[in-house]
Design a protein around this ligand. Sequence first.
Ligand code: THU
Length: 137
Amino acid sequence: MNTTGHPSERLINLARTIQSKARAPFSLFRVGAVLVTSSGALYTGCNIENSSYSLTICAERVAIFKAISEGETTFTDLYLCGDAPAWTHPCGACRQVLMDLAGPDLAIHLIHRDNSVRTVTCSDLLPDHFSASDLPS
Ligand code: THU
């Protein structure tokens, strides 16, 4: 585990606000994410479910796809909160997407139900990951 600085209370609260925007009528599990760029810009995401369940998209991917589509390329921190009893962790698919687009050093601040925070890095969550360097050149 790696702790990179003190998590921001403002961004914890923002993640909670964004969580309330989730569209989760099927799972009833709401997730909020705030992604911070290296210049300090913020991109938010919530999970958005679909009646064709597999078309659901997670909060983390909404946030990072919004950011990439606005031309952002470098990220430092991700704040994540959900309805799990303790911490909500990124799913496997989001771990791969975050690794590819934000990199191994991204600090991921997992927000507990009681708002305490545990900070890990992307590489903590996805060791021995697949990457573009595994592809034939
Ligand atoms: N979900 C996220 O948004 N992020 C995660 O990392 C875990 C899962 C969403 C997807 C689905 O809408 C609901 O939580 C239950 O899996």
